[in-house]
Design a binder for this molecule. Structure first.
Ligand code: ZN
Length: 472
């Protein structure tokens, strides 16, 4: 359930992809600077116009989530629920206050549009860079300090990631800070939030530059078939990143510690051990430092794979709700969803690199002279490579979502069988409506949802209850 492993898996790879197209080097000349200032001005103007409207439309959103978003009910209400799964599901969904439902829909749908705006902004920046012949300007500067191709690619890569971060900053501030506050989900001040962004930037520059330099080393060795080795390099980075992130990266942002010793902990540990999760691999962390969201995840690989429960969940949920979530997360662990995701993502990336290699070859043949990029093995091809890959990944998102959603459904069923708390499951799913649209259409769910829709998930729980638990 919840802010799941998919986001964590994506993080190392995101170093390459999220910055796709969004790049600029200070050496690239005045035309690029002018273009950037024009772009930044446009962003600022759009934000100035859009924010007040958004704020008035979402006036009630600027507050922490409260019980009034979902009508509270007790054990008597749950005991009186109809046995029919569809009717019981409807009774649960009817508890979402209309205003809260509308706010949740707006938040989720806005998030989908933001993915598109991020793609288009990245493409616009890549186009500006290529038109400004950044490659030539960079080549002059970088070849001046080193003749080693690996170090040249490394410095291109570092500049690319840093400049991409800078150019993407207006949209990042809106998406990560302003909007989260508008919807009452953020708990950080701007300074604290920005401090974390800077830590992320430092990590991105170092790891992103290494990844880019490694991919270009492969391209130089095999200019025709580089996409196979290139995909292997990205996957190797991703696997190492997923394994090491819980130990070396996540603790930079949150404090992870063993669960406090309570009767509940003993139940959780028993469930975990009985299903192959080592006792030491169940943690709680202080997500409330950043957000009001209730969530949990399974992250890590090999020895670092563990169930991690956030403190919002532990503080704001009843025992049946927590056990339902723990059952779901143990399901991810027991069914090896992280290694399986990595295999699936590896295939998507391999196909993506094949597509990128073919498209970049064609585009360079036609426009290479205009952009000052002779061949793909020149690091100046980086904005083009990243732009093509980002388009591919955007259109592959429904496929990636479906892979994740399938595993989420599996984990739901595993969790129901393990925790045997269908009503706890339904209650906690109502809490997640804070940030996830509750009742999407079938096509909408297929394209945009990393988890099954709330109605479908509650109905699964109610069907399990009708079939597996004796009538009271
Ligand atoms: Zn999950």
């Amino acid at each position: 359930m919840r802010a799941c492993h998919s986001h964590r898996l994506a993080r190392p790879f995101a170093l390459l992809v999220e910055r796709a197209g969004a790049v600029m080097a200070p050496e690239a000349g005045h035309a690029v600077w002018r273009a950037w200032f024009a772009l930044a001005f446009l962003c600022a103007a759009l934000l100035t116009v859009a924010l007040p409207q958004r704020a008035s439309a979402q006036e009630s959103a600027a507050r922490a989530p409260s019980a009034s978003d979902v009508r509270a009910e007790g054990d008597a209400w749950r005991a009186a629920l109809p046995r029919d799964p569809a009717a019981a599901t409807q009774a649960y969904l009817d508890r979402i206050e209309p205003e809260a439902g509308a706010r949740s829909d707006a938040y989720f749908e806005g998030g989908q549009w933001l993915q598109l705006w991020n793609l288009l902004l990245g493409l616009a920046i890549a186009w500006v860079l290529l038109q400004a012949r950044w490659a030539q300007a960079l080549r002059r500067r970088c070849t001046a300090w080193t003749t080693r191709p690996f170090l040249q690619a490394l410095s291109y890569g570092a500049l690319y990631v840093a400049a991409g971060w800078l150019l993407g900053l207006p949209l990042t501030v809106y998406q990560g800070f302003v909007r989260e506050h508008q919807y009452g989900m953020a708990t950080q001040t701007l300074a604290a939030w920005f401090g974390e962004q800077l830590i992320g930037l430092a990590l991105s520059v170092v790891l992103g530059a290494l990844l880019i330099a490694a991919v270009y080393a492969v391209i130089r060795r095999a200019p025709q078939r580089w996409w196979i080795g290139g995909a292997a390099v990205v996957m190797a980075f991703t696997v190492v990143g997923v394994a090491l992130a819980p130990v070396y990266i996540e603790p930079l942002f949150n404090t992870y510690k063993p669960l406090a010793d309570t009767p509940l902990k003993r139940k959780i540990v028993a469930m975990a051990q009985a299903n192959g999760v080592p006792v030491a691999n169940v943690y709680e962390f202080d997500a409330s430092r950043q957000t009001t969201r209730v969530s949990a995840n399974v992250s890590g690989l090999f020895g670092t794979a563990a169930v991690r429960l956030n403190d919002n969940l532990l503080r704001r949920s009843s025992e049946p709700e927590i056990l339902a979530v723990v059952g779901h997360e143990i399901g991810h662990y027991a069914m090896n969803h992280i290694p399986k995701s990595l295999l699936q993502i590896g295939l998507v990336i391999l196909v993506g690199f094949g597509f990128t290699a073919a498209a970049v070859k064609g585009l360079l043949a036609r426009f290479g002279a205009r952009w000052g990029v002779g061949a793909v093995q020149e690091p100046g091809s980086l904005p083009l490579l990243a732009a093509v890959l980002s388009v591919y990944l955007y259109f592959a998102t429904p496929l990636l979502n479906t892979m994740t959603r399938t595993m989420e459904l599996e984990a739901d069923l595993y969790g129901l069988n393990l925790a045997r708390e269908p009503d706890g499951e339904a209650e906690v799913l109502l809490k997640l409506v804070q940030y996830r649209k509750a009742d999407p259409g079938a096509l909408e769910e297929a394209l945009f949802f990393t988890h099954p829709g709330t109605r479908r998930r509650i109905e699964n729980a109610m069907r399990w209850k009708a079939q597996m638990l004796p009538a009271p």
